[in-house]
Each structure stands twice: as C-alpha cells, then as structure tokens.
Design a binder for this molecule. Structure first.
Ligand SMILES: NC(=O)c1ccc[n+]([C@@H]2O[C@H](COP(=O)([O-])OP(=O)(O)OC[C@H]3O[C@@H](n4cnc5c(N)ncnc54)[C@H](O)[C@@H]3O)[C@@H](O)[C@H]2O)c1
Length: 345
C-alpha cells in the first residue's frame, strides 16, 4: 500500500531533493504539486509524472486521492498551509523550521492533534545511515562530556531572498542551518539542550539576519555543547563536522551532515576508566572507522513518514521535537541580545 502525496511549494528543495527522493520510496506516490506560478507547477508535474498541478493549495487539498502533504514553502507560508491541510484531513510533513516562532508551531500542532493529524518535521538528516548508527555507538563513550557541531555555507546578499528577511524566515544561519545541528545532537545523544549562551551577528553581509552564530550550551546530563552555524564560510572550505567526547572515548563525524549521504565517522573507545598516565600517551590507541551503506535520506524520510501514517506508528521525526529545537534557537537569540545565559523553557 502507498501513501498518496501532494506537495505544497514544489519548486525549491522539493524539486531539488525531496520529490526525487519520494519517487524512489516504496510506499509513497506523488499525486499533485502546487506552486505559486502555474507554469512552474505544470513543469514539475511533467517532470515527475504527477496527476495534477495547481497554483493554489485549496484545489490540491480538495482532492480525495491525497492522504498527506509535504509543505516546503518559505517559513512564513508554513502556518497557513498546515492549518488548511489539517482542515482538509491531510497528514503533514513540514519543512524546518515549522513556523516563524515556537509558539506559532505549537498552535499548528495543537490544532492538528485535535483533528487527529500526524505532523512530522523535515529533519531528513536523522535518516542518514551514520546518524542512525551513532544513536547506539554514542553509549560507548561512557559519561558524555562534549558535543559539537558546525554547519556552514556561503550565502551573500540576494535582493528579496526570504531567508535574509527576519519576518519571512524567522532568523538567519542559526534558524536555517543550526536547526539541523541542534536536532542531530539531541537526536543522537537522546538528550535535550537545557541552557545556552550565544553570540549571533551579521559580521560579513548586509542583511538583517545573522550570518554567524555560536552557541555554548548544556545537555540534560551536564555535558557541554558547542554549535557553530555560518552563512559566511565558502562552500569549498566547509567541513560540516560533529564531534562527541566522553570519559570513554571520542566519535568524530566529517561531512556526514548535508543533503547527500556521505562523509566518514571515526571513533576511539578507551573502555573502563584508567589510572592517571603522566605520559599522556595516545599513540597506542586503536581507532574504529565505520563503514555504512549510504542511501537517499529523503527517500528514507518519506518512507518512514508514510509507514507511520499507513501503519499508525509513531513518527521518527515528530514536529513536537522540532518545536523544542526552535525553543533552543529562541533561547540563543535571547542570550545574544541580553548577554546572558538562558534556560530553554
Ligand atoms: N530539509 C532540507 O534539506 C531543506 C533544504 C532547504 C530548505 N529547506 C526548508 O524548506 C523550506 C523551503 O526552502 P527552499 O530552500 O526550498 O526555498 P525556495 O525559496 O527555494 O523554494 C520555496 C518554494 O515555495 C514557493 N512558494 C512561495 N510562496 C508560496 C506559498 N505561499 N505557497 C506555496 N509555495 C510557495 C516558491 O515559489 C518556491 O518555489 C524552508 O522551510 C527551508 O528551511 C529544507
């Protein structure tokens, strides 16, 4: 059995990654697409062999042969589309961040809960094979002491770009890229970030949202977190790293984050606590280099969501968890503005 999908805002990441991933999903079928310009909607319909193309969400949502929608419009448009989809009884996979604020996102979810609608968040990086593996391997680190992540791109001034306007995107590098790091660190460690101190600046470009963000935070267990998100580092220079350290070793992920599965993960586990070694000798240590089978994380995301709806299973990436990520971001903005440590509530 296949879940029948409609796509709202089909011309951006939907066309670049998610619809191609959906086409490979075993339990999903693309039925209709919507874009603001009918000509663009038509060309996407033709490209993927969908049944219909619309220039408005209402007509797409009126179809009886659509079970779920993927909302991939600019952040400012998410709320209206999600509420309409819930009214029409469609399950929803919504791109990150869910809404302009965590309060708005909570309203969407409360409304969907009342209607019995499942709402998933577009954290496709959760589905990368390395990240699935790390959820188990992280336990070998003993007491987790540090988790760090860095995600960057080059995003210069572009006239009218919604991501560069706070009222349309909700924020800059932290809201757009850091959102994935916060989610992945919480997902892999199984812990929430409970307090943060942050710096958010527009240090390179002319737009109003931050092009650089640094968060120092604490996880529930007390472990430290360090998250760097940048719009002002050239793509060629990007490393897209995550690092986890504990009393029993380290795990280093190089370029496992991003839109295409890849990169490397190397770990070193020291086992039981040892006596103090004045030599501080690290040469004899044995490394583990993992080998996984890469796939398409968008296909896995769509298959997982479809399976949850078709078989009434819990979502692997529920929107409720994305709301907490957004609360961490809001605490980071507050910290930066007030120059103080802020608890995430
Ligand atoms: N998970 C990922 O890999 C990933 C990557 C990039 C972006 N995103 C998220 O996806 C969303 C869209 O980002 P993007 O990069 O595709 O942006 P984009 O601007 O490239 O594309 C958005 C599309 O939505 C259309 N649109 C505009 N207003 C609309 C409306 N009212 N209703 C429906 N469609 C409308 C636009 O015409 C455009 O084609 C954002 O939430 C963003 O954070 C996710």
């Amino acid at each position: 059995m296949k879940l029948r999908w409609g796509v709202i805002g089909a011309g951006g990441i939907a066309d670049r990654r998610t619809i191609p991933g959906m086409m490979e999903a075993e339990n999903a079928e693309l039925v209709a697409v919507m874009e603001v310009e009918q000509s663009l909607a038509d060309s996407i319909k033709e490209k993927y062999g969908a049944k219909a193309a619309y220039d408005n969400a209402d007509d797409l949502l009126a179809r009886d042969d659509i079970d779920a929608v993927y909302i991939a419009s600019p952040v400012i448009c998410h709320e209206e589309a999600a509420v309409k989809a819930a009214e029409a009884g469609k399950h929803i996979l919504i791109e990150k961040p869910i809404a302009l604020t965590s309060a708005k996102a909570q309203e969407i979810i409360d409304y969907c809960d009342k209607k019995g609608i499942k709402v998933g968040a577009g954290f496709m990086m959760r589905f990368a094979a390395y990240h699935q593996l790390l959820k188990g391997e992280i336990k070998k680190l003993g007491q987790l002491t540090n988790a760090a992540g860095q995600f960057t791109c080059w995003y210069p001034d572009i006239e009218g770009a919604w991501r560069q306007i706070k009222s349309q995107g909700g924020g800059g590098a932290l809201m757009d890229m850091g959102v994935h790091l916060i989610d992945l660190i919480q997902y892999i460690t199984g812990e929430k970030i409970v307090s943060v101190a942050a710096l958010n600046d527009t240090m390179t470009f002319g737009y109003e949202v931050e092009d650089a963000s640094a968060i120092l935070g604490k996880l529930e267990s007390g472990a430290y977190v360090n998250i760097n998100s940048n719009f002002n580092i050239p793509d060629e220079a990007a490393k897209w790293r995550m690092e986890f350290y504990g009393t029993g070793g380290r795990i280093i992920c190089d370029e496992t984050i991003g839109q295409v599965e890849g990169g490397t993960v190397e770990a070193l586990f020291t086992g039981e606590a040892k006596d103090y070694d004045a030599q501080q000798d690290k040469k004899s240590a044995g490394k583990t280099v993992y080998d996984v089978e890469f796939g398409n994380m968008y296909t896995k995301e769509i298959e997982s969501f479809s399976d949850s709806v078709l078989n009434d299973k819990p979502l692997e990436s529920p929107a409720s968890e994305a709301i907490y990520v957004q609360k961490v971001i809001e605490a980071a903005y507050k910290s930066s503005e007030e120059k103080t440590f802020v608890d995430v509530i």
